[in-house]
Write a protein that binds this ligand. Structure first.
Ligand code: AMP
Length: 217
């Protein structure tokens, strides 16, 4: 069963790999970042609450985030697997997820941790562009769309995320180091962790992901 967590610092290539994974394995993509961005656009109570945190680069409080995932993971389309992208990001979230996956009998089968050093992350994030419509990620140098400013997948307009500025990125990297890095040991101890070097190129990262999936499927 592919009940997968995709982890890694901002800019490691999670979004790009997520797109490739869902296109190949047809499992729902549960990105808490995308869910928050949708909630902000729709001005829902969770969105209004999350907006200030996200624009500053801070993590949204655990209870809000956990509730969002709880609701999503219980849906029927997650019965045959799911890809969690950007969740969990703190130990309390990981503990809540463990409890939840037990309750609904959908245990995590693997945690994919994509790694990259800071210098590379800064370059990737500041050059990143995303589709306004479907969230697909591109890069002004390394992952150009076929037509400038237009999404290859849905034809939507490309934009720069408000939190992809140098200022927000510094806060996000700090949040990652302080709050999310402890999850590496958490999942290592549970024998679920698979580290992949994010610098080997996106096709090689994807091939490694596929090899891991074939092993656990
Ligand atoms: P992402 O698109 O995954 O980089 O997420 C964008 C922003 O959404 C993050 O910088 C956080 O502010 C917020 N966010 C996404 N996922 C979480 C999470 N699991 N816990 C707390 N905040 C989150």
């Amino acid at each position: 069963m592919l009940n997968i967590i995709l982890m890694g610092p901002p800019g490691a290539g999670k979004g790009t790999q997520a797109k490739k994974i869902i296109a190949t394995y047809h499992i729902p993509h549960i990105s808490t970042g995308d869910m928050f961005r949708e909630a902000i656009a729709a001005k829902t109570p969770a969105g209004v609450l999350a907006q200030g945190y996200i624009e500053k680069g801070l993590l949204v409080p655990d209870d809000v985030t956990i509730d969002l995932v709880k609701e999503r993971l219980a849906k029927d389309d997650c019965a045959k697997g799911f890809l969690l992208d950007g969740f969990p990001r703190t130990i309390p979230q990981a503990e809540a997820l463990e409890k939840l996956t037990k309750e609904i009998n959908r245990p995590i089968s693997a945690v994919i941790n994509i790694t990259a050093d800071k210098e590379v992350l800064v370059k990737r994030i500041t050059g990143r562009r995303v589709c306004k419509e479907c969230g697909a990620p591109f890069h002004i140098e390394t992952l150009k769309p076929k037509v400038e400013g237009v999404c290859d997948y849905c034809g939507g307009e490309l934009m720069q995320r408000k939190d992809d500025t140098l200022e927000s990125l510094a806060v996000r990297l700090e949040a990652y180091e302080n709050q999310t890095l402890p999850l590496v040991k958490f999942y290592e101890d549970k024998k679920l962790l698979h580290n992949i070097d994010g610098l080997i190129g996106l096709e090689n990262v994807f091939k490694t992901v596929c090899d891991i999936f074939e092993e656990i499927k």
